[in-house]
Design a binder for this molecule. Structure first.
Ligand code: FMN
Length: 199
């Protein structure tokens, strides 16, 4: 029987919007962590193959603040609710960008248009640039939170972190949207069959 159980030792799971994500990070480092009890029934390679057939919008998710700037290319981005406007995205727990993002307590989702395909490669680490080095590419500005905003993005969701949930290898990061903006209308960048496509 497949079973996915998450047990939390110590304090109850946070559900208070004033709760700080950075506090949660230090809890994790203190050893007050989730213990994941996962019994996989599907081969990870088959799971990846199935996921590669699901077309996904491509975003660059950025952060900036006292911990410094960072950004990654991400497809694991979802709208949660419109009232209030909430979004989530998933980031690998060992990512140096994740550590900065949680410490900064802010992030910005920049939804890419097709002309920015090369930028998607930069923020996926394919040009071997890291953290602030990645922002030498593209034109960046700011909205409310101070996170980098890509001037040419199709859409921008500037967010303050309200919750971070560890889930296996990743964090689920939930953000309250503090500002949005739209770029010029052009074709979208989509990831499908392990390749970028234009829609
Ligand atoms: C199309 C595409 C989608 C990706 N989606 C995600 C994602 O949703 N979450 C994630 O953690 N990494 C994702 N990645 C991988 C990160 O972009 C990559 O590991 C990045 O370089 C991490 O930055 P870091 O060096 O700061 O950890 C994706 C990569 C590609 C090419």
């Amino acid at each position: 029987m497949s079973r996915i159980g998450f047990r939390r030792r110590g304090a109850p799971a946070p559900n208070d919007w004033t709760w700080s994500a950075a506090d949660h990070m230090s809890e994790l480092h203190d050893g007050d962590v989730l213990s994941a009890d996962l019994e996989a029934r599907v081969d990870p390679a088959r799971f990846r193959e199935a996921m590669s057939r699901a077309p996904a919008a491509v975003h660059i998710v950025t952060t900036d603040g006292p911990a410094g700037p960072g950004g990654i290319t991400a497809t694991a981005v979802t709208s949660i609710s419109a009232e209030p406007p909430l979004v989530l995205f998933c980031i690998y727990r060992a990512s140096p960008t994740a550590e900065r993002m949680i410490a900064n307590n802010v992030f910005c989702i920049n939804t890419l248009a097709s002309p920015d395909e090369a930028l998607a490669d930069v923020f996926a680490g394919r040009t071997h640039q890291h953290l602030e080095e990645r922002f030498a590419n593209g034109t960046w500005t700011k909205l409310e939170t101070g996170s980098p905003v890509l001037a040419s993005a199709a859409a921008v969701f500037d967010c303050r972190i309200v919750e971070v949930k560890p889930a296996a290898t990743h964090y689920i990061v939930i953000g309250a949207v503090e500002a949005v903006s739209f770029g010029p209308e052009q074709e979208s960048l989509v990831y499908l069959h392990r390749k970028y496509r234009t829609l």
